[in-house]
Design a binder for this molecule. Sequence first.
Ligand SMILES: C[S@@+](CC[C@H](N)C(=O)[O-])C[C@H]1O[C@@H](n2cnc3c(N)ncnc32)[C@H](O)[C@@H]1O
Length: 250
Amino acid sequence: MRHPFDTTFCVETSGLVCGRDLATGHAHDRYNTAYFGVAPSVFHALCAHWQDVPRSSALEQYSFIDLGCGMGRAMLLAAAMPFRDVLGVELNPELAAMAQKNVQLWKAAGRARCGMRVLCGDATEFEFPDNPCVAFLFNPFGRTVLRRLLKNLGRVFANRPGQLDMLYVNHECESLFKQHGGFTPLWSGSIYKSPADEEADRKIIYNQPEGEYAPSEYESCSAYRWTGMAGLDARSPAVVRDGASKQRRA
Ligand SMILES: C[S@@+](CC[C@H](N)C(=O)[O-])C[C@H]1O[C@@H](n2cnc3c(N)ncnc32)[C@H](O)[C@@H]1O
């Protein structure tokens, strides 16, 4: 079962691979949730919500970084926007190779508006660039790894308030952002999939051999800004519309 995104753009990003089948020998393998490409309609809606929030830098100065890029679907979608560059980090080498192949196809078809690069490795070891960054997470790993990632980010961005935004789809461990203290919520809510995405995702999920994942019409999402630990006074204005923007199907 191929997602219409793949048939339309001649790439290979479909499928569901459960976390235990993605082992690489890394200590973080056990926290890997699964591979599943983000629904394009959800991706676009979350980016639109993020772009509604004021930023101090232009989009062209931001690196978009997909932490857990899988086969690269979110990277391909992001490269249609005028980011400074689009980077993907993937723990599993086979998925990283597939993402690399998809990126090459995307570039060859003239669809990339910026530079794109795939790195094979662990998200917590990624070295963030010095320019403004927006990191994307489609529920790639469990609490232990997310907690480590946020702790590292707190160190790396300690003197860079406002330089890191995070977009989180299927935000199962969202409470960690709230507990951390250095992140300010920008947006939170349920984003409904387009009918085409919902149908494709449902068919892919019903096709899984062991039936452990359940399809959903929507994804719970949130966006956060690193504002630092200096206290509320240093924080930039944030927009919070908790659950207020459900995008229901027509
Ligand atoms: C749900 S998929 C998301 C794929 C892609 N971001 C998208 O939206 O289309 C999560 C991906 O995160 C990867 N992943 C899990 N743990 C990771 C880690 N510690 N470092 C890097 N990638 C990881 C998985 O192998 C999987 O490919």
